[in-house]
Design a protein around this ligand. Structure first.
Ligand code: HMG
Ligand code: MG
Length: 296
């Protein structure tokens, strides 16, 4: 049965802008997040406190985070890979962080230069510190339906990593189809297996639309009761360390589908479409949102 309400986690300012070839000006990033805040979103990922050597696109994380207007009732999570990132995030008073690892060893090595176990050992003190500081921690598992380097990823590996992040204290685990390779039946099988060990209310899905399967996969996961969906305005997104990854599913398209299903999101679709069109103009290309294209 579909959930009555869905929370969208808007990842465009992070997943989207981390993958742009040219570095987006800090002022545009701030304007994007402020515009998103006016759309009724409750979770807007703002940036990443990762190594600027690895992701130069988000080297201005401190400036972006301090520059945005924090609207009450809206959470602005930031990615943190290690204690160094935590210190930087803490220095600007973040209230939510996200740690991230993968279900495939090959991808973890390429993306964070660590094995899955090593990455989890890195998070342990980060999560302890965050809990002591009253900061919420979200967890990401990448490559849940396939890996660009390893190929097939056994569901048991996804379950094991998600369970560990949950046990470590992540309040929510986002399951990422990093390279958009999954199809609905596989997505359901993976989600059902994870939900057998982590409550469905603590799970989110994160689909990239590389092969045009994202909305179908989301619908299949909604049928199982997932009620948190990651998406990116204008369909921006991708990980520079995931060969062949393209944009996230467009937030506008997800909201349109949810409205059609009678599922509440609290989001003003017209404003979201306008924000996505503004962003695509900033990036100098057409929006990837079909709903926005139809409205333009
Ligand atoms: P490393 O090179 O092994 O780390 O990288 P290191 O500890 O040896 O540090 C190397 C240099 O980076 C040092 O500087 C550190 O100080 C610095 P140097 O001494 O050479 O001048 N450094 C930092 N600087 C600022 N902030 C930090 C930080 N950490 C180290 N936090 C590391 C390991 C994890 C740091 C690196 O691999 C990294 O930052 N990776 C991030 C990659 C990334 O952000 N990928 C995209 C996000 S994941 C994603 O998109 C998937 C997702 O969307 C879900 C899905 O779709 O599946 C979430
Ligand atoms: Mg992603």
């Amino acid at each position: 049965m579909y959930p009555k309400q869905v929370r969208i986690v808007e990842v465009g300012a992070r997943d989207g802008l981390q993958n742009e070839k040219t570095i987006v000006p800090t002022a545009s990033k701030i304007e994007l997040i402020d515009r998103l805040s006016a759309c009724g979103l409750r979770s807007i990922e703002a940036t990443s406190f990762v190594s600027p050597k690895w992701i130069p696109q988000l080297a201005d994380a401190t400036e972006v985070y301090t520059g945005i207007e924090k609207k009450s009732g809206v959470s602005y999570p930031v990615l943190v890979p290690n204690l160094q990132g935590y210190e930087r995030a803490r220095a600007v008073n973040v209230s939510e962080i996200a740690v991230f690892t993968a279900a495939s060893e090959a991808f973890a090595q390429k993306n964070i230069n660590a094995s899955i176990d090593e990455s989890i050992e890195r998070f342990r003190p980060v999560i302890e510190r965050a809990q002591a500081d009253g900061i919420k921690v979200r967890g990401y598992v990448s490559t849940v339906l396939g890996c660009p380097y390893q190929g097939e990823v056994p569901v048991a590996d996804v379950v094991r990593v998600a369970q560990r992040l949950h046990e470590l204290g992540c309040y929510e685990i986002s399951l990422g189809d990093t390279i958009g390779i999954g199809t609905p039946k596989k997505a359901q099988e993976m989600l059902a297996a994870v939900a057998a060990v982590v409550p469905m209310t603590s799970l989110a899905v994160h689909f990239h639309d590389t092969r045009g399967q994202a909305l179908a996969n989301i619908l299949a996961c909604l049928e199982l009761g997932v009620s948190v969906i990651d998406s990116a305005v204008s369909g921006v997104g991708g990980c520079p360390y995931a060969r062949g990854a393209s944009g996230n599913v467009a937030s506008e398209d997800v909201v349109y589908m949810l409205q059609g299903l009678g599922i509440e999101t609290g989001i003003d679709l017209d404003r979201l479409i306008a924000t996505g069109l503004w962003l695509s103009a900033q990036l100098g290309r057409e929006t990837s949102s079909k709903v926005a294209r139809a409205a333009a």
